[in-house]
Design a protein around this ligand. Structure first.
Ligand code: HEC
Ligand code: HEC
Ligand code: HEC
Ligand code: HEC
Ligand code: HEC
Ligand code: HEC
Ligand code: HEC
Ligand code: HEC
Ligand code: HEC
Ligand code: HEC
Length: 325
């Protein structure tokens, strides 16, 4: 094999070798992406024996054992779309070049090879481009997303060599996010929470972390639609709607967690009195000073306004106009 040969032809030739069915070779667009991604390594050649070349050194005793990757979907050779049906390890790690040199001279450093994650010397956009060669479309709207904008690597969330990628496991996913989102960890340990810490829910049920049309990367087009997915009874339609409910659940609830019951941002009556005047009927503050008699009304204690206005999300009762039934 000629080591000086340009990367694109090498890629195509070898893809042909491994697949022995040229129809499955990558599209020319994908190949040219790869050519860009590998530009820095353009003078290098792919190995002739694929993974076997790497496994000579990267066995279970090495500094970086890698066998676990054979238990992942990427290693399913029968699936023609996978890296292992193509250039194997080098589909992701790029051509081996001098990295696989068996004997190093005294003091000679082993030539680098593409690595992933934060410790890698390869720029994040270039790392991600390798993954996007295959994962460019579908549900992954990476371009322009919050995470792309701050250069988060695919490999910061995904563990490609792990037989079970933690970010895809319900009860392990939050820890992956908490590495960077410390405030959200604190929120999810408050007394009233969505049951994420019990492994019942994941962040990704509400967030589409690869990119979304909404602020906060929500899974659905609006905040309320995200909530209706699991709380459909709050969608209505109601005969007597409560305006803020239809507008935005977050006017009253912290979706992650709160020290108030029911994820509320404040307790009634204060919650309600952000918008409703204290003047008039029982809509008065909870303190004795707020009452003409100077003694607090029992009806304002505990459930406060919701003792009477129990249908805060809307009512379908013919006389539910004041949200009381
Ligand atoms: C001749 C032995 C040898 C072969 C063959 C070999 N490697 Fe390595 N590789 C090493 C050693 C040794 C290290 C550790 C280097 C160090 O710590 O400086 C390493 C490190 C790595 C790293 C981590 C690099 C980093 O920046 O931390 C990756 C990724 C890697 N190898 C991938 C591969 C792949 C993929 C192949 C096959 C295409 C391969 N290696 C073939 C010996 C080898
Ligand atoms: C689908 C892309 C992909 C394939 C295929 C792949 N790797 Fe990796 N490799 C990665 C990513 C991403 C990382 C960063 C750590 C992680 O995600 O687990 C990595 C990390 C490594 C490391 C360094 C581990 C460390 O702790 O820094 C070595 C060595 C390595 N791979 C070797 C191999 C070998 C050998 C093969 C083939 C048997 C292979 N890789 C196949 C994507 C891949
Ligand atoms: C050569 C094409 C190719 C490359 C390059 C590639 N993948 Fe994949 N990946 C696949 C295929 C094919 C599947 C299996 C899809 C399926 O089963 O539906 C897959 C599956 C996955 C899955 C789902 C695993 C699971 O258990 O469900 C994740 C996550 C993933 N890839 C991330 C990555 C990341 C991150 C990179 C870059 C480090 C990468 N892939 C590089 C082709 C590729
Ligand atoms: C912020 C963390 C994070 C980053 C960064 C990230 N992912 Fe993911 N990825 C996830 C989560 C969480 C899921 C599970 C989604 C679900 O359950 O709906 C997932 C699922 C996947 C899947 C399998 C399911 C699917 O939607 O097809 C693939 C493939 C994948 N990611 C590829 C990538 C690639 C490629 C990148 C980089 C461009 C990337 N991911 C970056 C968190 C991340
Ligand atoms: C029940 C749905 C839901 C779950 C589960 C959820 N989020 Fe959120 N998250 C939201 C909503 C809704 C917003 C937007 C809040 C707003 O705009 O007022 C948000 C906002 C965010 C923000 C932006 C800053 C902030 O706090 O407002 C981050 C970061 C975030 N979520 C991370 C996470 C992480 C990490 C997890 C998992 C540990 C998670 N979320 C789980 C619904 C959820
Ligand atoms: C490597 C660090 C890192 C990891 C891991 C990570 N994120 Fe992020 N994420 C960021 C950064 C940085 C931002 C942009 C700054 C910000 O808004 O906090 C961001 C932004 C977000 C936003 C948008 C916040 C907003 O204000 O609009 C959400 C939602 C989010 N991340 C959720 C998640 C979820 C869910 C996970 C786990 C599946 C996760 N992130 C994993 C670093 C990370
Ligand atoms: C993926 C499903 C899911 C989504 C999406 C979802 N929730 Fe929930 N919600 C739950 C579960 C599960 C519970 C816990 C029920 C229990 O503990 O009995 C819950 C409980 C609640 C509670 C009551 C908490 C308590 O302590 O009584 C409130 C309030 C709530 N959710 C509001 C929201 C809001 C607002 C949104 C949208 C930002 C939302 N939910 C999105 C599943 C979801
Ligand atoms: C005007 C403030 C307000 C708005 C807006 C609001 N809620 Fe509530 N929500 C409350 C109050 C107050 C409670 C506690 C009820 C109680 O103590 O009986 C509550 C309780 C809940 C509960 C738990 C008890 C139950 O009724 O199931 C869920 C779930 C819930 N809200 C979901 C939502 C969703 C989803 C939205 C948006 C569509 C929303 N809320 C909008 C005030 C509000
Ligand atoms: C974010 C502002 C906001 C909050 C918080 C709020 N409301 Fe409202 N509420 C409104 C608006 C706007 C209307 C519609 C007023 C109208 O149509 O004239 C309304 C209507 C009502 C009505 C029906 C009034 C009528 O004339 O038919 C009742 C009763 C009510 N709210 C009770 C409550 C209670 C109880 C709470 C606390 C749990 C609360 N509201 C919290 C904004 C709010
Ligand atoms: C003792 C039961 C009771 C309590 C407690 C109560 N309300 Fe009412 N509220 C009523 C009744 C009855 C009406 C209907 C008055 C009418 O039709 O003239 C009403 C009407 C309203 C209206 C409609 C405006 C109006 O004057 O018709 C609003 C808004 C309202 N209440 C908000 C609140 C808020 C906010 C609280 C808590 C601070 C609260 N209420 C506590 C019984 C109560």
């Amino acid at each position: 094999m000629n080591n000086k040969i340009a990367p694109v032809p090498v890629l195509l030739v070898l893809t042909g070798l491994f697949l022995s069915t040229p129809a499955l070779a990558q599209t020319s667009e994908a190949s040219s992406d790869k050519a860009d991604a590998n530009q820095a390594h353009s003078a290098r050649a792919y190995s002739e024996r694929g993974a076997d070349t790497c496994l000579k050194c990267h066995d279970e005793d090495s500094k970086f054992p890698v066998y676990s990757i054979f238990k992942t979907k990427h290693a399913v050779r029968a699936d023609k779309r996978t890296p292992f049906a193509k250039l194997q390890c080098e589909t992701c790690h790029g051509p081996i070049g001098e990295h696989g040199k068996m004997v190093l001279h005294k003091g000679e450093k082993r030539a680098a090879i593409i690595n992933f994650g934060l410790k890698s010397a390869v720029p994040v956009t270039q790392q991600n481009a390798i993954c996007q060669d295959c994962h460019g479309g579908g549900r992954i709207n990476w371009k322009g997303s919050n995470h792309e904008a701050v250069d988060v690597a695919c490999a910061s969330c995904h563990k490609i060599h792990a037989p079970r990628d933690p970010v895809l496991v319900k009860y392990e996913q939050p820890e992956v996010c908490y590495q960077c989102h410390k405030q959200q960890r604190a929120d999810f340990y408050k007394p009233s929470v969505h049951p994420v810490r019990f492994g019942v829910m994941t962040c990704s049920q509400c967030h589409n972390v690869h990119g979304a049309v909404t602020a906060s990367l929500l899974a659905r087009p609006t905040l309320n639609q995200t909530c209706y997915g699991c709380h459909p009874e709050k969608r209505g339609p109601f005969l007597w709607e409560h305006a803020p409910v239809a507008e935005n659940c977050a006017l009253c609830h912290f979706p992650h967690g709160s020290i108030q019951p029911a994820l509320l941002i404040k307790r009634p009556p204060w919650l309600c009195q952000q918008c409703h005047s204290q003047a008039g009927h029982p809509s008065i503050a909870l303190t004795p000073a707020g009452l003409p008699s100077g003694t607090p009304s029992g009806l304002l204690l505990s459930g406060a306004c919701t003792n009477c206005h129990s249908q805060v999300h809307g009512s379908n009762h013919p006389s539910g106009v004041k949200l009381m039934r």
